[in-house]
Every structure is written in C-alpha cells, then in structure tokens.
Design a binder for this molecule. Structure first.
Ligand code: ADP
Ligand code: ASP
Ligand code: MG
Length: 330
C-alpha cells in the first residue's frame, strides 16, 4: 500500500507542476548566440515547470523562402537554387557557431543537409516557369524555416543541459486545406498533439515545436498564415493544458502603439483579453489576432516579454486587468 501511495504522490507532484508554453519569435533566434541565450530562459523555467517550446523561423528566413518561390515563378530556377542554398548555409553557419560536441554537430548537420536536399528537390521538381506556384508547394517551401530552426534550437537546449527534441507541428496540427491560411481543427489537434507531447513532458524532455505549420488530413503541409507562430504558441499551450503562454519577442511588451513607429508609445503592464485582442486586431504585430480568443477560452495567462531583457516583467494578459489598462514606464 505504501508503495502505491508513493507512486500516487509522485504522480501528483508531477502533474502539479505548472505547465508553460514559450514561443520564441524570429529575432530571438537569429544566430547561435541568441539561441543559447533563449535556451537559458528555458533552462531557468524548466527547473520548476514543464516547458513546451514553439519556434518560428529565424528572422528573414520565411521571406527568403517565399522570395525563392517568386524566382521559381518567374522562371529563374538557377537563381532559386542559389537562394535555396543560401538558406541552407545560413542554418549550417548557425550550427557551426553553436559549437556542439562533435557527434551532435554531425547528427544535426546531417538533419539540416537532408532538409536542404528536400528543399533543393522542391525547387528542381516544380515545373513553374511563368506560372504561379501551387499554393501547397508554396507552403512546403515556407515550412523549411521552422523545420530547420526547431532542430537548431533543440540542439542549443541540449548544449545548455536541457533535454529537448524537435517536433514538427505538421505531425499533429490538423488543418483545413486552405493553404497559406489554414484553419486548425482544434479538437483533433488536441487529441493528436497530446499523444506526442505529453509523454515527452512527463519524461522531462522539452519539445521544440515548429510554429506556423500544420497538416491536411491527408498529410500535406499547410501554414496558418504569416506571423502565425504566436497562434501556434497558443495552440500548443492549449494542447498541453498550459497555465501560461509566454510570447518572447524583441520589445518589452505590448505598447499603446508600435514602439518602432512612435516615440509616444507607452508600455502596457496589464491587459484583459479583450483589451489586448482589440490591439491585436487593430494591427499590433506583436500579437497575432488569433491568440487571445483561444487563450481566453482556456483561461491561460499570456505574457509578452522581451527575450533580450528577461529582467523586465513584460505585459500580462488575463481574464481582467485589475484596474483597466495599466500603463507603465517604457
Ligand atoms: P516576433 O518575430 O517575435 O514574432 P514580430 O516582429 O512579429 O516579432 O512582432 C514584434 C514587433 O511588433 C515589435 O518589434 C514591434 O515593432 C511591433 N509592434 C507593432 N505594434 C506593437 C505594439 N502595440 N506593441 C508592441 N510591439 C508592436
Ligand atoms: N515564420 C513565419 C512568418 O515569418 C511565422 C512567424 O514568424 O510567426 O510569417
Ligand atoms: Mg510575430
């Protein structure tokens, strides 16, 4: 009986651990130094919480992939091939700068080379000259940024002492067939996603999930729309029943206006779901418009925080801001 009790106790303490989902944007992952810095943020939280990570592509990579799709459409296949090689080399450079142990570097290098081969194959296989690309092909091309980045970030975590594996969201984020703007079937995604993610979390392994990507029922890669990896973050947070979603980005939180455009922009310390949603739908790029409805439905707290200034608290978004919009010093 006492053995049984101990097991129950252990189970309870494991399931009592807070679950959080961390989403890192493209500028937070641009290069080995930033990846290792982000990995440290995960390591700190992983000591007390179960952490699931969602990554977007390194900054600029999705644009480069869509740029090479345009080269293909205008019949510049050779140019598209060179652009594809450029994308692959960008990731191989980061891998080298991560300075992994030899075996790990070889293993991840092989994974990136295989992805690179697939990408070049896509470029060669599409017969597009002068015709617009099939939108399914465009999504496949766009998917390489997140797929490469998840592998690199999982390696950065491992190097930082955090057990981690890359997970492709196209293994479980089931969507409709509207390529480039696919809508997820959340119920099916929840069911499939838990099968993949919960065993990892229970074993203390951090899943590094690709943002942006889904799959049709018959297994074709889709994307959820530009800038949608925040939404992927909310989806993964929902799948693992996370208490919190942290959107790590390159500004101190949500402001009254784009701080890049306006010197008058004020940092908002605390927002209700509705207040933050209103900002997101009126174009605040810092939060994809689909994040807050899903977060609100599941009662998870959303934080928007600066990867480069983790000592700052960021913006907290929850059921209600205690006294309306809290403004704070920037
Ligand atoms: P990430 O790659 O981390 O997803 P994004 O570029 O998509 O980053 O979003 C962050 C950017 O959103 C900021 O650098 C800022 O320029 C812009 N932005 C626009 N409106 C706002 C706002 N109201 N508050 C904060 N950032 C905003
Ligand atoms: N990488 C994708 C994009 O550039 C998704 C994202 O960053 O949120 O649109
Ligand atoms: Mg973004």
């Amino acid at each position: 009986a006492s053995r049984f009790a101990a097991t129950r106790e252990q189970q309870r303490s494991e399931s009592d651990r807070q679950s959080v989902a961390f989403k890192f944007g493209g500028s937070s992952l641009l290069g080995a130094g930033r990846m290792l810095h982000a990995a440290n943020l995960v390591r700190s939280s992983a000591t007390t919480s179960r952490v699931a990570v969602v990554v977007s592509a390194m900054k600029g990579v999705t644009d480069e992939l869509l740029g090479l799709a345009r080269s293909m459409e205008s019949g510049k296949t050779q140019r598209a091939r060179i652009e594809a090689q450029g994308v692959v080399h960008k990731h191989l450079d980061v891998l080298r700068e991560l300075e992994l142990e030899e075996n790990d570097e070889l293993r991840v290098g092989r994974e990136l080379e295989l992805l690179g081969r697939d990408l070049l194959h896509e470029v060669s296989a599409a017969r597009t000259a002068g015709r617009s690309l099939d939108s399914a092909v465009r999504d496949r091309l766009a998917s390489f940024g997140e797929r490469c980045c998840a592998r690199l970030f999982a390696a950065a975590l491992e190097k930082s002492g955090v057990p981690a594996v890359p997970v492709s969201s196209s293994d479980f984020v089931v969507t409709c067939e509207t390529f480039q703007n696919a809508k997820p079937d959340l119920q099916e995604t929840y069911r499939r996603g838990r099968e993949i993610l919960l065993p990892l979390l229970e074993d203390g392994i951090v899943p590094v999930v690709t943002g942006f990507l889904g799959t049709t029922r018959d297994g074709r890669v889709t994307t959820l729309g530009r800038n949608s990896s925040d939404y992927s973050g909310a989806i993964i947070a929902y799948v693992v029943d996370a208490d919190e979603l942290v959107i790590w980005t390159d500004v101190d939180g949500v402001y009254t206006a784009n701080p890049g455009d306006s010197t008058e922009a004020m940092l908002l310390h605390e927002l209700s779901y509705d207040e933050a949603h209103a900002l997101a739908t009126s174009g605040a790029k810092v939060l994809h418009a689909k994040v807050l409805p899903l977060a609100a439905e599941n009662g998870m707290v959303v934080w928007v925080r600066n990867t480069f200034k983790p000592q700052f608290r960021g913006t907290k978004i929850g059921p209600s801001a205690s006294q309306g919009m809290h403004r704070g010093e920037a």
